[in-house]
Design a protein around this ligand. Structure first.
Ligand code: CP3
Length: 364
């Protein structure tokens, strides 16, 4: 079991542990660590080549392939952390909800959860079927041997529940909110079941070598602060605490979270992932400086000329102001068509940045 979270080294050596994990724990680092949401994906030729021969789910289920995709992306970009190649929806299958990715439409779940009976039918005893993700993590951990941080991940209870209920993506989350408001007992049972499976799933990932777990609450921005407080907060907090008890830091990330940041931070997550809509310093103030932050470049800025890109990257780094506990990232995932060389340029910009070093053009 990892002991990263609880260590308090009296003489803190900057070179102890990797800089990504150190930043998650708000320890000083030699330079700001950087990685990217969706750093392995369709924008990268190497991924598209693998996808010619395999479906997304096949890649996830074959540890050799998932590890290869993870490692290739991290090495090509020169980032400080590798996120395991998997998908948010993988835990649905062992719970009894098969799904598929339909070209151009995203995920489709054939038998959505809509009633208390549907919730009762969900299984919580087969998380071990997700062992293929753990085996992929083991391969990645062996490959990097501690050089890079290794990130395992899962969906947050609210976001996973809303996928199960809506049968895919949604604009207004009407079915989700109908169950939440109309049968709160069934809603809470659903979240309880999801937490059981996700806790086991995260345990597999941590035991296999994940240094940090990121919890994606991608759809949380569909909730008001009051609804988050009454219907989602407790479940997220329980999952955060359960993972921290395994000895690893937790990054909790959502999208369109400006008003939700203070309450998301009170889950106790070590790091809050900020979306790109708010200046980083305002977001950090909202989560509190006792928490680390990750973010928060608009992913579409990666399509801009390098001088514009550099201006935005430096603004974010200046907003962090050298305070320990900043991990540079995007405010949401890289989209298909993003120029890989611009992503690599951002890594160089972040690694070369020094506060008070305003004039130097690092992309030259
Ligand atoms: O390097 C990485 O980050 C890749 C690993 C990864 C994937 N999915 C692979 C994937 C991660 C971290 C995810 C998380 C994920 N999956 C989220 C949360 C992140 C976020 O963006 O908020 C969500 C909401 C999902 C569910 C999901 N998976 C959707 C909605 C889609 C379809 C959207 C699309 O872009 O087509 C997927 C498919 C998916 N998962 C792809 C990848 C690389 C698309 C590429 C493909 O089909 O090969």
């Amino acid at each position: 079991m990892k002991s990263a979270k609880k260590e308090t080294a009296p003489a803190d050596n900057l070179l102890d542990g990797n800089r990504f994990v150190r930043a998650c724990l708000r320890r000083p680092v030699d330079r700001t660590p950087v990685w990217f949401l969706r750093q392995a994906g369709r924008y990268m030729q190497e991924y598209r080549d693998v996808r010619k021969h395999h479906t997304l789910v096949e890649i996830c289920r074959q540890p050799e392939l998932a590890a290869e995709v993870t490692i290739t992306a991290a090495e090509k970009l020169g980032v400080d952390a590798a996120i395991i190649f998997a998908d948010l929806l993988l835990p649905l299958e062992p719970m009894g909800l098969p799904f598929e990715f339909q070209a151009g439409e995203g995920p489709v779940i054939h038998h959505p959860v809509r009633t208390a009976q549907d919730v009762a039918a969900l299984r919580t005893d087969r998380a071990d079927q997700l062992d293929y993700v753990a085996r992929a993590i083991q391969k990645v951990a062996t490959h990097f041997g501690g050089r890079l941080g290794i990130i395992g991940f899962c969906g947050a209870p609210y976001t996973l529940a809303s996928y199960m209920i809506e049968a895919g993506g949604s604009r207004n989350y009407i079915h989700t909110k109908q169950l939440m408001y109309g049968d709160t007992t069934a809603w809470r049972r659903l979240l309880d079941k999801i937490i059981v499976v996700l806790t086991e799933y995260c345990r597999l990932q941590v035991e296999a070598g994940a240094d940090v777990i990121q919890i994606f609450d991608s759809w949380v921005g569909s909730l008001s602060v009051a609804d988050y407080r009454d219907y989602a907060f407790e479940a997220s907090m329980r999952l955060v605490r359960a993972v921290q008890a395994m000895g690893v830091p937790v990054i909790y990330f959502g999208v369109e979270t400006t008003g939700l940041l203070p309450i998301m931070s009170s889950t106790g997550a070590d790091v809050i992932g900020l979306d790109w809509r708010q200046p980083l310093d305002e977001g950090w103030r909202a989560v509190g400086h006792a928490c680390a932050v990750q973010g928060n470049l608009d992913p579409i800025t990666l399509f801009a000329p390098l001088d514009v890109l550099e201006k935005r990257v430096k603004e974010i780094l200046r907003a962090a102001n050298g305070r320990p506990g900043h991990i540079f990232n995007l405010g949401h995932g890289i989209v298909p068509g993003t120029p890989v060389e611009n992503v690599q340029a951002v890594v160089r910009m972040v690694h070369k940045f020094r506060l008070n070093d305003n004039a130097e053009a690092v992309h030259a």
